[in-house]
Design a protein around this ligand. Structure first.
Ligand SMILES: NC(=O)c1ccc[n+]([C@@H]2O[C@H](COP(=O)([O-])OP(=O)(O)OC[C@H]3O[C@@H](n4cnc5c(N)ncnc54)[C@H](OP(=O)(O)O)[C@@H]3O)[C@@H](O)[C@H]2O)c1
Length: 337
């Protein structure tokens, strides 16, 4: 099969599409013949550190396709048949504790070979029926960004209908999903973006108000949008902790999932304790989180925002698009092309 293999020697290209052996379904695993996959910031971050990967690594956490092969130990009670259309949860071996993943936890794509290939092997427990209203592109755009946003907003952030929610990096994979999840849940979404065009896209996805972080004082813009009374805030960037905390109501919640812009955050300590705020960390999500995400997607018939679709053979262009200033939503790979 063809796969995007990461070059682990410094003089090799970062990634090249080449033929590798097709995986087989052992034990309670399954092999999926992928239709589409997508890229996440995680892939780009790992590509930056590629020389520390094992030789032959195939990245990619997100994919959707049809079941090609089922391992002998996949129980009939799972209800799967070869040919079923599925979307893959990228959280491998989460375990039984909803609060934290197990010590065996990993994200599909490293070290387990990922979805930037024609076939991928995953535990059958990570398969879920593809929501029928989604195209293959949309289904492959959903998993990591949707799961991360779902757990952050709903499981950790305790989002309820009617609340005002601040979403940072609203044009990112996680941010676009967060806007859609919060809007579908009946929240009033205030989206932080980086241009007029991205603001317009956030409004299309369900935001009520937008704030342009490149157009003046973010704290003041957020105050104008919320009166300093937001209930919940989600920051994938690391540099919005301060502005968000200033604009949360007493007993509000800040959930953090990433360090896209800053690995160290500064906060007004007094605002946190005086307002009785919760500062919550969140990463990826459990099988229950993924099932709940799919239930909302299906009930509300929302579809992830796909920025662009690239053939697997042009994976360099897909990685380049991830860094394009005008990108909104997910970069998808057509692994059949
Ligand atoms: N903890 C987890 O489980 C988990 C899972 C998935 C992702 N993440 C993290 O969440 C973040 C987003 O991931 P993704 O895959 O959605 O990324 P992505 O689609 O590549 O989006 C990155 C976004 O970050 C924003 N950004 C870039 N530079 C910025 C800056 N200097 N200041 C503020 N914002 C900036 C931009 O949004 P705007 O142009 O709209 O501002 C950009 O679209 C990453 O840090 C990633 O590592 C964490």
């Amino acid at each position: 099969m063809r796969a995007a293999v990461v070059g682990t020697e410094p003089n090799e290209p970062p990634v090249r599409v080449t033929d590798v052996p097709r995986p087989h379904a052992r034990d309670d695993w399954a092999v999926v013949r992928l239709e589409r996959a997508s890229l996440n910031r995680l892939d780009a971050m790992m590509l930056d550190q590629r020389t520390s990967e094992a030789p032959g690594a195939v990245f990619g956490s997100d994919g959707a396709g049809v079941i090609h092969e089922l391992g002998a130990d996949v129980p009939p009670s799972a209800g799967w048949s070869v040919g079923d259309q599925v979307v893959i949860s990228p959280s491998l071996h989460w375990g039984r504790d909803e609060r934290v993943p197990s010590s065996e936890y990993e994200i599909l794509g490293s070290p387990t070979h990922g979805t930037h290939a024609e076939y991928v092997a995953v535990p059958a427990a990570n398969l879920h029926p593809k929501p029928q209203h989604l195209s293959w592109e949309e289904a492959a755009a959903l998993p990591m960004a949707g799961l991360t946003a779902w757990r952050a907003l709903v499981s950790r952030g305790r989002l309820t209908e009617g609340e005002t929610v601040l979403v940072g990096a609203a044009s990112s994979g996680v941010g676009t999903a967060a806007v859609q999840i919060a809007a579908a849940a009946g929240a009033r979404v205030v989206a932080v973006t980086a241009s007029r065009a991205k603001s317009d896209e956030a409004l299309e996805l369900g935001a009520a108000v937008t704030v342009d972080r490149t157009a003046g004082d973010v704290v003041a813009q957020l105050r104008a949008a919320t009166g300093g009374r937001a209930d919940l805030a989600l920051d994938p960037t690391g540099n919005l902790w301060g502005p968000f905390v200033e604009n949360l109501r007493p007993a509000g919640r800040l959930v953090v999932v990433g360090k896209m812009a800053a690995a160290v955050a500064t906060l007004d300590v007094q605002s946190v304790y005086w307002k009785q705020l919760d500062v919550l960390g969140s990463s990826m999500g459990s099988p229950q989180d993924f099932a709940s995400l799919l239930a909302q997607v299906t009930t509300h018939r929302w579809a992830p925002r796909v920025d662009s679709v690239h053939p697997l053979t042009d994976i360099d262009a897909a990685y380049a698009r991830l860094d394009a200033a005008d990108r909104v939503g997910k970069v998808v790979l057509d692994v059949r092309a």
